[in-house]
Structures are given as structure tokens and as C-alpha cells.
Design a protein around this ligand. Structure first.
Ligand SMILES: Cc1cc2nc3c(=O)[nH]c(=O)nc-3n(C[C@H](O)[C@H](O)[C@H](O)COP(=O)(O)O)c2cc1C
Length: 170
């Protein structure tokens, strides 16, 4: 059965891994819709995800008029929301209920399973604020995280994220 995934792409340096992940998901039969933050667009083009996902990429809440805004219709459509790479900024905004762009607004509207693949430097990762934000998210929502496991904030390998998504959507 085809599974619907929203892939949120934020402005982390490991953003190139998101392209590989998108490609692997589509090859495995997932229907993938990508939402990019403004800062992710500084690092990588939306054209890449448009081509890989074969779906339009959402970058701007107000880009075009839709009878049902896409942060609502996409949130209903998706079986899972995966944010990879996931910045400290996204985690902070999500944990605080901030909805100031397409990705955070969709995330706040979404009620299903969520997987975060954090990526950041060791100092950010060890910030008590960051750790508290992650703990808050997993306390309140069905949020899992997948990381490199070295305790330094490194992003998980693409295959590990891919397997975590499989486990999430089984
Ligand atoms: C080259 C570059 C790489 C960055 N990599 C990361 C990163 O890996 N993790 C992170 O949390 N922030 C990183 N940042 C900082 C974020 O881009 C910044 O916090 C931004 O506000 C994130 O916005 P977004 O979460 O809306 O994409 C990086 C910034 C630059 C300029």
C-alpha cells in the first residue's frame, strides 16, 4: 500500500541527505510531498525535490490561492511527517507552537506520526533548551527522533532514516 509522506526540509548543512532520502522513498513506492523552509532554499534548490518527488514543492504559505490551504490539505493527506534535516530552530519553533512558515504551520496542523532527523553542532545539541524542546515534543505528540547516536547532534545516515520511516508507517 502506498504511504503518503510529507518531507520537511530545513536549513541544515546536511540538507543533501534529504535529496537521497526523497529519492529512496519514491523508489520504494512512497508518495512524497516536500515542504522547504526559506533557509533550506539558501542551501539547495526546490527544483531538485520537485524532480525527485514528482510533486510540487511547498515553500510559501501564500504562494497561490487554494480553496483549502495546503498546510491543511497536506496535513490531512499525510500518513507521516518527516523533518530531515531538522534544525534546532525548527525544533524550537515546533515545541513553542510557532507557525510562521509553510512547514511549521503544517506541522502544527498535523495529527499523525512524526519523525525528526536532527542535525546540528555539538553545542546546539547539548543545549538544555534544545533537549527540553525535544522532551516536550515527545511528551505531547507522537514524535520520534533518529540521529547518529554519537551524542553530538550529527544527522543519521539516510538508510537509518529510511528504515525508521518504514517502521513508522508499517
Ligand atoms: C551553512 C549553514 C549551515 C547550517 N547548518 C545548520 C545545522 O546543521 N543545524 C542547525 O540547527 N542549524 C544550522 N544552520 C543555522 C540555520 O540555518 C538557522 O538556524 C535557520 O534559522 C534555520 O531555519 P529553518 O529551521 O527555518 O530552516 C546553518 C546555517 C548555515 C548558514
Amino acid at each position: 500500500m502506498s504511504k503518503n509522506i510529507i518531507l520537511g526540509v530545513t536549513g541544515g548543512i546536511t540538507v543533501y541527505k534529504a535529496a537521497d532520502l526523497c529519492s529512496k522513498l519514491v523508489s520504494a513506492g512512497f508518495d512524497v510531498r516536500v515542504i522547504m523552509t526559506r533557509n533550506a532554499l539558501q542551501l539547495i534548490s526546490s527544483q531538485l525535490f520537485l524532480t525527485l518527488s514528482k510533486n510540487r514543492v511547498l515553500t510559501d504559505l501564500f504562494a497561490e490561492y487554494q480553496p483549502v490551504p495546503e498546510h491543511v490539505s497536506w496535513a490531512v493527506w499525510a500518513d507521516a511527517l518527516v523533518v530531515a534535516p531538522c534544525t534546532a530552530n525548527f525544533i524550537g519553533k515546533f515545541a513553542s507552537g510557532i507557525a510562521d512558515d509553510a512547514l511549521t504551520t503544517t506541522a502544527l496542523s498535523f495529527r499523525g506520526k512524526i519523525l525528526l532527523a536532527p542535525t546540528m553542532n555539538e553545542q546546539m545539541w547539548n543545549s538544555p533548551i534544545l533537549q527540553d524542546n525535544l522532551a516536550k515534543l515527545s511528551r505531547l505528540l507522537d514524535v520520534r527522533t533518529v540521529d547518529s547516536g554519537n551524542g553530538k547532534g550529527g544527522m543519521a545516515e539516510t538508510d537509518d532514516i529510511f528504515h525508521a520511516i518504514h517502521a513508522l508507517t508499517e
